[in-house]
Write a protein that binds this ligand. Structure first.
Ligand code: FE2
Length: 420
């Protein structure tokens, strides 16, 4: 060994020792062969179906879900029902990822199940989910604004704190910009690791944000990592299935839009007009008591430099026409709630207009420049800590509270249809 090589050897030994004692492992960041990224969504009725998705290394073995009603789980292997998965290969900057998914059907409403995913080469830990009560009149769900982060530990602690404080939540919503670079699989590895223990116990219904289209080289892409991983209702318009969809839970109809015309319009021409036509039909067809719309970019901005005129012109009149109760938005990383708006004007009561709620941020990114806009009843820029929302439906009542991660309350409000 020459002097140069000797020095290099000593450097590597010292560096290795530092890593060892710092507890840092040097494993590769690609997929493992054991199932991970285990996640619940719905592609069908929340009372009788459950869609379960997971990731392995680039294997073509599809695997399966084994599941059993709680109470019978002690004889899991003997009593379990089986749902065979399908597998698709997702090519990423970290190599091929196998995305496995199965939809369980004919489940009993209001029932807790235990499940595991994989096959004989490797099973996940057992986890649980609970189906919706048929025509549920009382339930809650958690809403998270942008989780994009430079450190996904912040997203982890926000999500875990919210779930710990609301263990009875039936599902969660992520309002888009889940990761900072949506076409960088390293970010999804961090995001899923942070979400473990929540999205494998309650379904996540996500919204596409602009960052879902960003590539590591600064280009725009279709949000293929998003659509490959999140299995969602396929009732959206052609060209936007898996990004635009609607679903019902209890007496609430949720319509989910994709506002990323600036990024995706080159791939899906007229994507806002396509959604305008779809939303009109979607809302007209719903007879649910409550109507909620989820869209990443706001129709009414708190950043004065932004003005989403195009989005507002496309959707505001339809939201007025079908009296959507609440529109949840994201993108500007502030919490803000408007008075009920109709035609852009503040109304005295919720039966006369739609409340627009900017949902804040659940990751690290903050902005200094947003301000309270015309029509806001409350505005809070969560610079000090991330935040989340909890919505509870109870018959004629919709109650929404916004919390900082620490649990400090930002806002509490409700709509009472019985008094309208
Ligand atoms: Fe955004």
């Amino acid at each position: 060994m020459g002097k140069k090589n000797g020095l290099r050897y000593i450097f590597l030994m010292v560096f290795g020792a530092i890593l060892f004692y710092a507890g840092i492992s040097t494993v590769t960041c690609g997929a493992n062969s054991a199932p991970d990224h285990v996640m619940l969504t719905w592609t069908g009725d929340p009372a009788t179906t459950e869609t379960i998705t997971w990731r392995t290394a680039g294997t073509e073995a599809a695997g399966r879900v084994e599941y059993v009603e709680m109470g019978a789980e002690k004889s899991f292997s003997r009593n379990a029902k089986v749902a065979l998965a399908k597998v698709t290969i997702l090519a990423t900057n970290l190599g091929d990822q196998s995305i496995h998914s199965a939809t369980l059907t004919q489940l009993n409403p209001g029932t807790r199940y235990q499940y595991r995913v994989g096959d004989e080469t490797g099973w996940s830990e057992p986890r649980t989910f609970t189906t919706a009560v048929a025509n549920s009149q009382q339930f809650s769900f958690i809403i998270f604004g942008d989780s994009q982060s430079t450190n996904y530990n912040v997203w982890r602690t926000t999500l875990q704190a919210a779930y710990q404080a609301n263990p009875d939540a039936s599902f969660m919503i992520n309002m888009g910009d889940l990761t900072d670079v949506g076409q960088d699989y390293a970010q999804w590895n961090a995001w899923f690791t942070a979400a473990r223990g929540v999205i494998d116990n309650i379904p996540i219904m996500p919204v596409v944000g602009n960052h879902e289209t960003y590539t590591p080289t600064g280009q725009f892409s279709k949000p293929t990592f998003f659509t490959a991983q999140f299995k969602l209702p396929s009732n959206g318009p052609a060209g936007l299935r898996g990004q635009v969809y609607s679903f019902d839970y209890g007496d609430v109809h949720f319509s989910v839009l994709d506002s990323q015309d600036g990024e995706e319009g080159r791939f899906v021409p007229d994507m806002l007009a396509v959604q305008q036509a779809w939303l009109e039909k979607d809302l007209a067809a719903s007879n649910k008591r409550w109507k909620v719309v989820l869209i990443h970019r706001p129709l009414y901005n708190n950043k004065l430099a932004n003005d989403n005129v195009k989005i507002r012109k496309m959707f505001a009149a339809i939201l007025d026409k079908y009296h959507v109760d609440v529109v949840f938005t994201a993108h500007e990383h502030v919490y803000a709630r408007t008075y009920p708006l109709y035609g852009g004007m503040a109304m005295k009561s919720a039966d006369k207009g739609t409340i627009y709620v900017a949902t804040g941020r659940s990751g690290t990114k903050t902005y200094q420049d947003p301000v309270a806009k015309a029509g806001d009843k409350i505005f809070c820029n969560p610079l000090d800590e991330p935040n989340y929302l909890v919505a509870e439906v109870k018959g004629d009542m919709l109650m929404v509270r916004a919390f900082k991660k620490s649990g400090a309350i930002i806002d509490a409000w409700s709509i009472n249809k019985a008094s309208q």
